[in-house]
Ligand binder design. Sequence first.
Ligand code: ASP
Ligand code: MG
Length: 415
Amino acid sequence: MKFGGTSMAGTERIRRVARIVKRQQDAGHEVAVVVSAMAGETDRLVNFCREANPLYDPAEYDVVVASGEQVTSGLLAIALQALGAQARSWLGWQLPINTVEAHAKARVDSIDADALIAEMQKGVIAVIPGFQGVSEKGRITTLGRGGSDTSAVAVAAAVKADRCDIYTDVDGVYTTDPRIVTKARKLRHVTYEEMLELASVGAKVLQTRSVGLAMKEGVRVQVLSSFIDDDAPAADTIPGTMIVGDEELEGMDMERQLITGIAHDKNEAKITLTRVPDKPGAVANIFGPLADAAINVDMIIQNVGRDKGETDVTFTVPAADLARSMDLLESAKEAIGFNRIIPDTNVAKISVVGVGMKSHAGVASTMFKALADRGVNIVAISTSEIKVSVLIEEDYTELAVRVLHTAYGLDAVEA
Ligand code: ASP
Ligand code: MG
């Protein structure tokens, strides 16, 4: 079981979490619980580090920011004990959760779960702070923002859990953002692949890395709400959304739609370079410096060359990296040989995702036609086996999502 920051924000909420956990144990499960810091706490701790020294030592940053989860794990153990349950906390270095690579963005390498499993079998509820681990050198590490989801999946894999229930402030994964489309439906199942695409294109329910890990380790993940009454349906009845493998889904979900979900992402920026030489190596000259700076380029279009052997190249980068990208390109202006550089942050990426499109034609054309009918202009397109994304003017985001939700037959029918 994993509980996020809003579920752990304050004693009252931690008591509710304790009741939910105790109920699972009473239902006959052996349970391990992974917790986040209280909502807002990690931001607060990060700010302390920045104030102390903007060029802080990442190893000491980890010591500071990992503390939020230490507090909530201890508090949850106390709250569980108050309900008469046996519970204890296991910090990342105590289990241990071994991590590799850099501070502030460590990756889980292995978890020694023997002691944990032995205690769980004796009926002791294990409470584990998410987000943290320990390095080869014995120092505290953290997994990157939102990393508690990944901790939970890693622990679930290590104890060979039947299920990893991720309790959060929404009650599942929806066909699209319910704040935009009131007829959005909660999905009963999503495949790992679909969830990976949805997570990476702006449906921020789970940390993307946690979904990749769940897929690799075959951990069955349920996303469900922690904001429930004591008599709400038990987690075992699967009130939330199950994220599972393709094979498990086949034949299970008869009403499967061609498209599973529609995501939007306003955190993209578009850059156009005009009059780039239309010759081998030109594009490599553009994207080399960006790659070296670890800037993630997403959509790319190169126009048909005009006469004089020149072409325009347009691509997108995360909006947060726009200034840095512009800088790098300006410095490489001579090497690349472009005329003008035109930035645009007034764009949004809309993506339709579904494993069904692997075996169906016409998914993209439905999208283009639905948008055209409403006068929405498409400025860039990219596709994968299970996703079609278009870049449009940001002001049309909500309209586009609504129109596509209807076009693919995803609207809930009125009950
Ligand atoms: N507390 C950490 C964060 O806010 C990790 C997490 O909650 O997943 O990023
Ligand atoms: Mg989170």
